[in-house]
Every structure is written in C-alpha cells, then in structure tokens.
Design a protein around this ligand. Sequence first.
Ligand code: SAM
Length: 327
Amino acid sequence: MLKDSFNRIHDYLRISLTDKCNLRCTYCNPVDLPKGHFAHSNKMTVDEIDLIAGVFVQLGIKKIRLTGGEPLVRKGAGEIIHLLSKYPVELAITTNGVFVHEFIDVFQQAGMKSVNVSLDSLKKNKNALISGRNEFERVFGNVQLLLKNNFDVKVNTVLMKGVNDDEIPGFVEWTRHQPVHIRFIEFMPFAGNQWSKEKVFSQEEILNLIASHFDFNRLPDDDHGTAKKFAVNDAKGTFGIISTMSHPFCGSCNRLRLTTDGKMKNCLFSKGEADILGALRRGDDIVPLIKQCVWDKKKAQGGQFDSNYKNIDIAQLKNRSMIHIGG
Ligand code: SAM
C-alpha cells in the first residue's frame, strides 16, 4: 500500500505516454521554453511502461489513466493499452479526441469504460483559436461516437476569463440533452502558459453564472473525485467543477504521476521528481524509490502555493509545463 506522511492512500496512477501533442492549446503548451526541453530520447519504451506499471499495481494501484501530451499520438499507443489491460485496474484515458475513431476498438477490447475528452469551446472558430488547430468537428463527432458506444464520457473544459467563460451556459445546455459529463476546470499555472490570477474563472463565478440560466442540484461526490458535481433538473448528463485554484482538494488526493521520461511526481505541482526509469535501467529496485516519493508528498499543492491563489507569484513557481508533466 502506498501511504504518505499525512495518511493518504495512493491507488491512482496517471502515466504520460508522450510529451508530444497534435494540438497547441494556449494554456498547456509552453510558449517560450528552451530547445532541448523535450525529453524524447529518454522516454520509457513500451516494455518499460508495462514493467513499471506492473510494479505500481503490486504496490496497490487500482486505477491507471493514460495521458500526455496526446496519448494517442504515441507510437505503440494501442499496444500499450492492450498490455496494461491485463492488470486488475480500471484503465482510462484523457485525450483531445482527435484520433478516438481510430482507437475505439482498442478501447473496447481493453475493457475501458470511461474516456475523458478535452474540448474548450463549442464554437468552431473559438476552438481553433484556443487549440491552434481546426479539429472541432472531428472532436465533437468523436464524442458522439463514444456516447453511441456507451462509454462514460467526461468533457474537460479549461475556463479562461474573457476567452470562453461566455460558453458555460452552452456547455450546460448540452448536458440537458445527452448523457455527457462536462467538467469546468479552473485555469492552473504551469511553466510558460501565461497564467495570471485575472484569467481564473473561479468556482463561485461559474456557479453564479449557471444559476442565472438554470435550476440545478448538487450531486454526491465521488470518492477521491476532483470535481464537485451538479445536474440541471431533468438533464441526461451532469456538470462539475474542478476547483484546483479556488478550493483545492488535496486532503483526499490519491494520485501519482509518471512522466513520459519515467520521472515520478507525487503531485501535479511538485518541484521534486523521482527518477524511476533511471533506477530501472541501472537494474536497481524501484520499490523503495516509489515509496519514498509517496512519503515525501507535501500536504497541499506541492508545497508551492499560497492557499489563496490570488497571492501566487508565478515567477517563483518551479515546475514543468503541463504538456511535459501529463495532465
Ligand atoms: N492531450 C490530452 C488532452 O487534451 O486531454 C491529455 C493531456 S492534457 C495536458 C490533460 C488535461 O489537462 C486536459 O483536460 C487539459 O485541458 C488540462 N490542462 C492542461 N493545461 C491546463 C491548465 N493550465 N489548467 C487547467 N487544466 C489544464
């Protein structure tokens, strides 16, 4: 069992398959990182991912989510999904949705039930502006394909004030007609993503805006769930808020992360990383390293933030960009 010094049990591992992505979302891709920041030469091979995942499973991991970069652009993504499906875990994926139609059989064969798709605007032009690519129709079509094939679909929408907060009612309206679960995510700071407190559209602002358009109810929280969930009366789907900035939920965190270059992070905002891949390649036992990394987890937000996000000094933040961590 993987327990930290605050008695939190960790049974959920997010594995980044690559730090490459076919989209260029403004809030995720760094704009000014030096050349050589990418770690392609040192990325975990398919066999190493399988091996390391197996060790984590022996240590009590019950859920594995594949992420990136864009996990579906990783060479061998299908093979990795197939290999990991042999473990007694809930296997899930977070994707930008562009290649889902090519992988839906692989998802089904691997027994995947839930797919998270990122979509920040329901307007074609705005979507292209945020993601840097013209893929709205493909992504929206693939959400429909997933729904048709009875996947549990969560749509992740990063809200940025003045950019897409005006679309909140449109996303909530969508939940009235289809069994889709929208999750509004507060904009988070990472290296090179031009975050500022003024761009955060907070939980309170989201709920006030929705209340001026719809009648809705709070739903029970999932165990360790990051989103507070709600549903409009008589809706087929739900909406949720991931309030990392205004109301962090570190007290119930059960998550660990493995970057594509085989570094373990005990928090999305941790400064430190444990070099699991390096140890594996030297032939060392990686179990003590994993346990120590879990034990070293800070109480909240990697120990980097003031509890009031409005006091964050972005210049003091030490972390990789989101695309390199694996969101
Ligand atoms: N390419 C995949 C995708 O688009 O879902 C997986 C990787 S992406 C980094 C994972 C999630 O992180 C996405 O839902 C994305 O919206 C979210 N994300 C990235 N940067 C973020 C930021 N600065 N604040 C909040 N969420 C962010």
